[in-house]
Design a protein around this ligand. Structure first.
Ligand SMILES: Cc1ncc(C[n+]2csc(CCOP(=O)(O)OP(=O)(O)O)c2C)c(N)n1
Length: 181
């Protein structure tokens, strides 16, 4: 299994919560380079290089929109890639940082987003929307098992902070657990 990410809160949630302690699971992420838009092209490259592998791309709503046109490549090349969009209507790792430091997020929070499931369908990619905890239990496993590419549009609470978080000037044993809201 190969997992790719964009950059932001979701990039940190994936290694914190996805189980990589299993043989033959690989995480492809741009790490400290912080390349939003790495997500989808990395998944495409991974699937072409290892067609037998399950490839899952976890991506934020902001990162996805850097290279969203690559959905066409997935269709053209008939690539079985699972795309999990964690949509919290924010460039949230930056928004959280701004709230923590300046109490507001003038340009990075409360973003208008399109219906990503509808966009996937328009490209000819299957899609499912997840809006509740019950949806996760009912829809996630079938979507991942389904053959062919699928976009799973997960609506995430915009007030879900990335915690604990390492703030500037602090050490790893002194991470912040304080909500920015
Ligand atoms: C090309 C690019 N532009 C801007 C940034 C700065 N930046 C880092 S994370 C981030 C927000 C990412 O938002 P999203 O993909 O929605 O992820 P989230 O933090 O919400 O999980 C931004 C703007 C970047 N790393 N790369």
């Amino acid at each position: 299994m190969i997992v790719t990410t964009g950059v932001g809160q979701h990039q940190v949630w994936v290694p914190r919560h996805f189980d990589f302690d299993v043989p033959d699971r690989v995480l492809l992420t741009s790490s400290g380079h912080g390349t939003m838009g790495f997500d989808l092209p990395a998944a495409i490259g991974a699937k072409i290089a290892r067609p037998e592998a399950t490839v899952i791309c976890f991506v934020g709503d902001g990162s996805l929109q850097m290279n969203i046109q690559e959905l066409a490549t997935i269709v053209e090349r008939k690539l079985d890639i699972k795309i999990v969009v964690l949509d919290n209507h924010a460039l949230s790792i930056v928004a959280q940082f701004q709230r923590q430091n300046w109490k507001s997020h003038p340009a990075t929070g409360d973003k208008y987003n399109p219906d990503f499931a509808a966009i996937a369908l328009a490209y000819g990619i299957a899609a499912v929307s997840i809006t509740s905890q019950e949806d996760i239990a009912a829809k996630l496993a079938p979507a991942l098992k389904q053959k062919g590419p699928i976009l799973i549009h997960c609506h995430v609470d915009p007030e879900e902070d990335l915690l604990p978080m390492l703030l500037g000037g602090h050490t790893l044993d002194d991470m912040s657990h304080e909500s920015s809201f």
